[in-house]
Ligand binder design. Structure first.
Ligand code: ADP
Ligand code: TZP
Ligand code: MG
Length: 263
C-alpha cells in the first residue's frame, strides 16, 4: 500500500529542495527528461563524459544511467558515475532500455549492476530480459504485460536487493517483499517517445528527497500518472499530450498527486 500522505510528502519535498539529478541518458530523451524534471521542481544536469561524470556524481542527489543510445565512451561515463554514487551512498537508477535486444546492452547492464542500483526502472520486456535472460522485447518498446512479469520482477528485486519499478498500463513497484501498483495516466502515453526515460529521471529525483527507494519510486510514478491524466483531459493526440504534461506537472498539487495512491 502506498500511503497518499507519502506521495504528498515526496511531491512537496521535490519543490522545496529542488534536488540536483545527474541524468546520463540517451540522445532521444535528453530534452524531455530535463524539462520534465524542471516541471516537477528538480534540477537536471546531463553530464555524461568519463572525464567529469564521476566528479559530478559527488555533488548530485541522485544519478541515472540509461543505456538507450549506447557506445563505449558512454559506458565509461556511466561506470565512473555509478561507481562514485555507490561509494558515496548516493542512489542511482538504472534504465535498461532494450536490454534484451543485443549482447552489448546485456553486457553493459551486467557491468552496471555490479554497482548496486537503488532502482531498476524499465518496461515489462526489459525487466523480463534481466530477470530471465530471455524475452528480447520489441526494441525499446514492451511486448510483455506488467501483470505477466510480476513474479519475475519480485524475484529479481529480492535477488539483487534493489527496487524494481516496472511501468506499463499499470505500474508495479517492488522490493521483493513489498509491492505497490499504480494505475491511471493515459493510454496514449506510450506514443510519447522517451516518457519511460523521463519516468526514470523522476524516480531518481524522488529518491534524492526520500530515503525509502520503494516509496520514492512509487511516488514518482504516481506523480507522473496524475500529471499525464490531467494533461490527457484536453490533449488531442501525443503532441499536445506531451506539452500539456509539462504544464500539468508544474501545476500539479500535492493533493492531486496523492489522490492516485488513494485508488
Ligand atoms: N497502456 C498504457 N496506459 C497508460 N499509461 C501507460 C501505458 N503504457 C505505459 N504507460 C505509462 O507510460 C510511462 C512510460 O512507461 P513505459 O511505456 O512502460 O516505458 P518505456 O517508454 O521505457 O517503454 C509510464 O508512466 C507508464 O505508466
Ligand atoms: C527511441 C529510442 N531509441 C533509442 S533510445 C530511445 C528512447 C526510448 O525511450 P523510452 O524507453 O522512454 O520510450
Ligand atoms: Mg524505456
Amino acid at each position: 500500500m502506498l500511503e497518499p500522505s507519502t506521495v504528498a510528502h515526496v511531491h512537496t519535498r521535490l519543490r522545496e529542495t529542488s534536488p540536483l539529478v545527474q541524468v546520463i541518458t540517451n540522445y532521444v530523451s535528453m530534452d524531455i527528461a530535463a524539462n520534465l524534471l524542471n516541471a516537477a521542481g528538480a534540477s537536471p544536469a546531463m553530464v555524461h563524459d568519463a572525464h567529469e561524470s564521476g566528479e559530478f556524481a559527488r555533488i548530485a542527489g541522485a544519478v541515472v544511467a540509461n543505456i538507450g543510445t549506447l557506445s563505449d565512451p558512454w559506458v565509461d561515463g556511466m561506470l565512473a558515475a555509478v561507481a562514485q554514487a555507490e561509494a558515496d551512498g548516493t542512489p542511482w537508477i538504472l534504465d535498461p532500455v532494450a536490454v534484451g535486444a543485443t549482447t552489448f546492452r546485456r553486457d553493459t547492464v551486467d557491468r552496471l549492476l555490479e554497482h548496486n542500483p537503488a532502482v531498476i526502472r524499465g518496461n515489462a520486456s526489459e525487466i523480463l530480459a534481466i530477470a530471465t535472460s530471455a524475452g528480447a522485447g520489441r526494441g525499446v518498446d514492451a511486448d510483455a504485460a506488467v501483470e505477466d512479469v510480476r513474479s519475475d520482477a519480485e524475484a529479481l528485486a529480492s535477488k539483487l536487493g534493489t527496487v524494481v519499478a516496472m511501468t506499463g498500463a499499470t505500474d508495479l513497484v517492488t522490493d521483493g517483499t513489498r509491492s505497490v501498483t499504480i494505475t491511471g495516466g493515459d493510454p496514449r502515453a506510450p506514443m510519447i517517445t522517451a516518457l519511460g526515460c523521463s519516468a526514470s529521471a523522476l524516480v531518481a529525483a524522488c529518491c534524492a528527497v526520500h530515503d525509502d527507494a520503494l516509496e520514492a519510486s512509487a511516488s514518482a510514478l504516481a506523480i507522473l500518472s496524475a500529471a499525464v491524466e490531467k494533461a490527457g483531459e484536453k490533449a488531442e493526440g501525443p503532441g499536445s499530450l506531451r506539452w500539456r504534461l509539462l504544464d500539468a506537472l508544474s501545476t500539479l498539487s500535492a493533493d492531486e498527486a496523492a489522490a492516485v495512491a488513494a485508488r
